[in-house]
Design a protein around this ligand. Structure first.
Ligand code: UD1
Length: 423
């Protein structure tokens, strides 16, 4: 398996282009299952998770062509001929569950393996299932698969999510577009990826109101048509690269970045003493010499501080002046990067969902291991300012969510290289 080697020290300067959002693309792709006309997605990111979704959709009989070096995805579910999402593909990626709602809505049946994904807690799919049940689906869990049926089609329903779930909101939203009558989703997720999905579905002819707020209303239609849709900017990639100059020093412009996508995160950076400015082309982040200040962080559903930036923010706070408290409220067991950062000299105490980070003057390079996607990149970020060499082993997870990380950071002056493994 590949490794990434980072040599710390040296301020960064230059520009990093931000790709389309992985998490948006992973929900836009299954939207093709709602229509037999073509769906074209532009600004797609080039990531292994996107290839996994491609394989999954192809296994169902959909056509997926990656054009323009993978930047454009041309999808068509005209030839959909299999309604079973197999364990071998689904176990690789939790977002595979997003084929359930669309297949069920279009053809009244779907069999989907229960998903795997990053090892960051139990991560059940009960809310996806309960929302679809409220729309009249009959569900049976057998042999690790969800067998779903909606004879005569789904029907509109009022469903209130007991907790905010991005994926369950997406599944229910897609399913509701073809249900008979009106669906009202309460306590819905408000993430930019939900707004992007609703915009794409509307381009396909769906009738949706209220996306971006906690109540989404969908008026079901008989059929959806084809469309072309640009994938929204990846706010997590944006936030991750905003942390590079914050940690290493210097100034970097993130091309395509928008403050509205990362407002809560940018506010915490500002509180830590990092400068974030809007420019004509995106966002510019700079840090003067000296340490950043300790700040407290609590992860929350959008518009709060994203759980997907918690590990990277911790990497910054390891060298802050003072004590920072990070509270993780979305996923249990999402501090697997903490022991690895401690191998680099960080002082971190984890108790349940809270990590207390006491800033040290400097981290020291060490061999470390990446245990999930965002944890992997947090170790690379930590390595940017560490003394000596940091070797991040097992970067398999990294490639699921960050395209060409070594090229993007290398282009702004980071000393980083990938060493290819045997497999
Ligand atoms: C999505 C993102 C992920 C991000 C997360 C939270 C994708 C592909 N992934 O994941 O990167 O970290 O949002 O912003 O978009 N839950 C249940 N039952 C369910 C579903 C969720 O209890 O049926 C719980 C989860 O365990 C978690 C919380 O709800 O504690 C939020 O999870 P959710 O928003 O669903 O995350 P994902 O959609 O899986």
């Amino acid at each position: 398996m590949d490794k990434i080697i980072v040599k710390g020290g040296g301020a960064l300067s230059g520009q990093i282009p931000i790709a389309g959002a992985k998490n948006a693309c992973l929900t836009l792709m299954p939207a093709t299952l709602l229509s037999d006309e073509p769906l074209t997605l532009t600004n797609a990111p080039r990531l292994s998770d996107i290839r996994t979704m491609t394989t999954l959709l192809q296994s169902l009989g959909a056509e997926v062509q990656a054009l323009n070096g993978g930047r454009v995805l041309a999808l068509s579910s005209h030839g959909l001929n299999n309604h079973t999402a197999d364990y071998d593909i689904v176990r690789k990626m939790r977002a595979s569950i997003l084929v359930l709602g669309p297949m069920l809505a279009r053809d009244g049946r779907a069999i989907v393996s229960l998903p795997g994904g990053c090892a960051i807690g139990a991560r059940p799919v009960d809310l996806h299932l309960r929302a679809l049940e409220a729309m009249g689906a009959t569900l049976d869990l057998r042999d690790g698969y969800v067998h779903a049926e909606a004879k005569g089609g789904l029907r509109g329903a009022v469903f209130e999510f007991p907790i905010v779930s991005v994926g369950a909101t997406e599944n229910a939203l897609m399913a509701a577009t073809l249900a008979r009558g009106t669906t009202v989703l309460r306590n819905a997720a408000r993430e930019p990826e939900i707004v992007d999905l609703a915009q794409c579905l509307r381009r396909m002819g769906a009738q949706i109101d209220g996306e971006g707020s906690s109540t989404i209303t969908i008026q079901g239609v008989d059929r959806l048509n084809g469309a072309t849709h640009p994938v929204v900017t990846d706010r997590i990639e944006l936030g991750t690269y905003m942390l590079a100059p914050a940690i290493a020093g210097g100034a970097v412009e993130l091309l395509g970045g928008k403050l509205s996508l990362v407002a809560a995160f940018a506010e915490r950076l500002d509180a830590a003493g990092v400068t974030v400015e809007e420019t004509a082309a995106g966002l510019k982040v700079s840090r003067k010499n000296g340490r950043v200040s300790a700040v407290d962080v609590r992860t929350e559903p959008f518009p709060g501080f994203p759980t997907d930036l918690q590990a990277q923010m911790m990497a910054l706070l390891c060298c802050a002046d003072g004590v920072s408290v990070l509270e993780e409220t979305i996923f249990e067991n999402r501090f697997m990067h903490a022991p690895e950062l401690m191998r680099m000299g960080a002082r971190i105490d984890v108790h349940g969902g809270t990590a207390t980070v006491t800033g040290v003057d400097r981290l020291k390079g060490a061999p470390v291991m990446a245990t999930d996607l965002r944890a992997s990149v947090s170790l690379i970020l930590a390595g940017l300012a560490a003394e000596g060499e940091t070797v991040v082993n097992r970067v398999y997870h990294l490639d699921r969510g960050y395209e060409r990380v070594e090229e993007k950071l290398g282009a702004v002056g980071a000393r980083i290289e990938r060493v290819r493994g045997d497999d």
